[in-house]
Design a protein around this ligand. Structure first.
Ligand code: UDP
Ligand code: MG
Length: 314
């Protein structure tokens, strides 16, 4: 029988994890012709997530095997997904959240799409019940900006709920090891046969969202700089136009110097020029240093995550 891996990232999900895992396992038992391994990645939770998940998975099920991976500390959702993908053995890997916002009932449809020769199945939220106006317009703005800046076009409303074949998992294991990552981006970048399925994300019933406004901004920022070198080019363009303007203005001043009776005081324009050029210079330096910082980080090749413990339960 075919083996399918399911990767679940968990961070402080003690309140809802038992409910979710029961739901998931019930759903998987219903799907015949497959064996499943569920990789439960505990991303350094500070609560009883680990205890609760091990307890709720203790009853053995015929076609479901569990793998528990614990990180040494919190490394973030992306790192957790990658750890699951790294340790997966299935011929396809499905990533999903542990908070119930990625309904296990969709897995059947995803597998159907996979069987129709799609190596990537992206789940697209139609609407998020818990998304306020601010969060949705922010997400819209994020995709507009990143799609303008980046060579790769990102599917709007794509989520961290997706299926990839082992071939793509292998690519992520071997070749896409940037320390500044955005898995959704990579998955849309590699090509292959894709299918987009729609689903409605239910409200988070337990716990709280871990993505604060600040974290989302940080992610958007990382994505812009990871997938695009346009900020660098834009700054170069600004500098060139400013240089041309300087030449024109310089020429004008020179002509004035010879034609006019008295030398214009020019105090204002000097101040204007100096401040503008300094600000531009600093802008260029800032942008350069951002790329520089990213480069240093990549060169170091620090581990993306550190595993404290792996337990396999058949
Ligand atoms: N998560 C994680 N590490 C983190 C933050 C979140 O593994 O540092 C998990 C979390 O437990 C959940 C999933 O990633 O299963 C998505 O997180 P969340 O629900 O907070 O994000 P949202 O759905 O609001 O985008
Ligand atoms: Mg969530």
């Amino acid at each position: 029988m075919k083996l399918i891996s399911i990767v679940i990232s968990m961070y402080n999900e003690e309140s809802g994890i038992a409910f979710f895992s029961n739901n998931l396992i019930k759903e998987l038992e219903r799907i015949k012709n497959y064996n499943f391994e569920i990789l439960w990645i505990n991303d350094g939770s500070l609560d009883n997530t680990q205890l609760n998940i091990e307890k709720s998975c203790s009853a053995g099920k015929e076609n479901v095997k569990h793998v528990f991976i614990q990180f040494s500390r919190n490394f973030g959702h992306e790192a957790a997904m990658l750890a699951g993908i790294d340790n997966s053995c299935g011929e396809a890997v499905i990533c999903m959240d542990a908070d119930g916002q990625h309904p296990p009932a969709e897995i059947n449809e995803m597998l159907k799409a996979y069987e129709e020769e799609h190596e990537i199945v992206l789940m697209q939220r139609t609407d998020r019940e818990d998304h306020g106006l601010i969060k949705s317009s922010m997400s819209k703005m994020f995709y507009t900006i990143i799609n303008k800046l980046s060579v790769v076009k990102f599917q709007e409303n794509a989520s961290d709920f997706f299926l990839i074949s082992q071939k793509i998992a292998e690519l992520l294991k071997q070749d896409f090891r940037d320390s500044n990552r955005f898995l959704r981006g990579f998955i849309q970048e590699v090509g292959f046969n894709k299918k987009v399925l729609e689903y409605t994300a239910p409200k988070r019933e337990f716990g709280e969202s871990n993505y604060s406004f600040f974290k989302l901004m940080k992610m958007a920022f990382n994505v812009v700089f990871a997938f695009s070198n346009k900020p660098l080019r834009i700054v170069i363009l600004i500098s060139i136009s400013f240089f041309l303007f300087t030449i024109a203005f310089g020429g004008y001043s020179l002509v004035q110097y010879f034609i006019a009776d008295s030398i214009p005081s020019g105090y204002t324009s000097i101040i204007f020029f100096i401040s503008l050029s300094f600000s531009l210079m600093f802008l260029v330096l800032t942008i350069l240093s951002i790329y520089f910082e990213k480069t240093i980080k990549e060169i170091k090749r620090r581990p993306i995550y550190i595993v404290r413990k792996i337990e396999i339960q058949d």
